[in-house]
Write a protein of this length. Structure first.
Length: 362
């Protein structure tokens, strides 16, 4: 029987954390997975339908999170169904174990630790509340090949992982007859960010009554230096040769294609039209951000912006659909898995304290 997308509040990972900028730190000695007493019902399962994000008109997902009662040495187990085999997640001594075995079948010695991948950085959250660390410089920036995609300016750079996805996307667009993409901006150093901010601020000063008004207008349009996604090498501003500027890109063949297809290549529209309150940024149909598959596809399907997605993750929800599941863990927590698991597990840094655990259900 098909079940609706289910989400269980996992207070274990982010106990009482509601603020994106100030997540609570779980002490190393804290017993993991200490759920509130009333979180487990008498039957041992506890499913909460995520009506908000699944939407009434959508087909139900096969993704389901089942919470089982705690045992003596292992705290509550979460069973995620949807793949070929259910995935069991449980905690012990602040570690997280992910396996297809049942509790009584687990051989702790056979488990191997999964390392956090900090290299790609595609899960980074960068905004006003989450500035990049000082002296942040992305590793291995590469010039965009102007033979593969047109450039407004020479020597625009991105991370290799972003570039690879960008080339695939532009190539697919060409095959669909959409050939006019042009990149206007990619990686921006702190100095460039400051110059852009200052230039916008002095422009707005001329049309504003007060400095505060000019500053507020600038902030809506340009990220504060140090808070720009362009600093990561994961974001680019992509326009159309028939709409090269802010006001004339929307409605071009390229914009329409981009908006429909970018998630297939790991990108999201970072500042969507209907999420200006959540992102605190104006709608930018040209600003694409690489987050990788399957997150890009999940966010598109659920119509979530990055702030909304991480807000849910930070409040302890397990999110997912029939193909993937996402949850947050603390940087200090270690994650183990075993060979019985058919799902792919990855750990990627969100910010200084938090890591996103992605399960691609096998
Ligand atoms: Zn941008």
């Amino acid at each position: 029987m098909k079940k609706a997308a289910c989400v269980v509040v996992l207070s274990i990972f982010f106990v009482g954390c509601t603020n994106l900028s100030q997540p609570n730190v779980i002490d190393d000695k804290t017993e993991l997975m200490a759920l509130p007493e009333n979180a487990t019902d008498n039957t041992g399962t506890h499913n909460v339908s995520d009506a908000k994000s699944s939407g009434a008109a959508q087909a139900p997902d096969m993704f389901e999170v089942i919470e089982k009662p705690r045992s003596e040495s292992f705290n509550p187990l979460y069973k995620i169904t949807g793949g070929q085999k259910p995935v069991n997640i449980f905690g012990r001594n602040n570690n997280v174990y992910i396996t297809s075995h049942e509790l009584n079948e687990i051989n702790l010695k056979a488990l191997k630790q999964i390392e956090t991948d900090n290299t790609a950085g595609s899960k980074l959250l960068v905004n006003q509340d989450n500035p990049l660390p000082e002296n942040f410089i992305p590793q291995n920036l590469v010039n965009i090949d102007s033979g593969k995609v047109k450039l407004e300016y020479p020597e625009l750079k991105l991370l290799p992982v972003t570039l690879k996805a960008l080339y695939s996307m532009v190539e697919a667009a060409k095959e669909a007859g959409v050939k006019g993409f042009i990149i206007n901006s990619a990686y921006r150093s702190l100095t460039t960010q400051q110059q852009i901010f200052d230039a916008n601020l002095s422009g707005f000063k001329k049309s504003s009554k007060t400095y505060e008004e000019a500053y507020a207008k600038t902030r809506q349009l340009v990220a504060l230096p140090g808070n720009s996604e362009h600093h990561t090498g994961l974001a680019a501003d992509i326009f159309s040769v028939n709409g090269r500027h802010r006001n004339d890109f929307k409605g071009t063949k390229e914009q329409v294609w981009l908006n429909t297809n970018l998630q297939k290549y790991g990108f999201i529209i970072r500042y969507p039209q209907d999420k200006t309150k959540e992102t605190n940024a104006v709608y930018e149909p040209w600003h694409i951000r690489y987050v990788g598959i399957p997150l890009s596809i999940y966010m598109k399907e659920k119509n979530l912006c990055l702030e909304e997605f991480y807000s849910k993750i930070f409040s302890g929800e397990v999110l997912g659909d029939s193909k993937s599941a996402f949850m947050g863990i603390k940087k200090a927590q270690q994650v183990f898995t075993d060979e019985a698991l058919m799902s792919k597990v990855s750990l990627e840094k969100i910010n200084e304290n938090n890591v996103l655990l992605t399960l691609q259900l096998g």
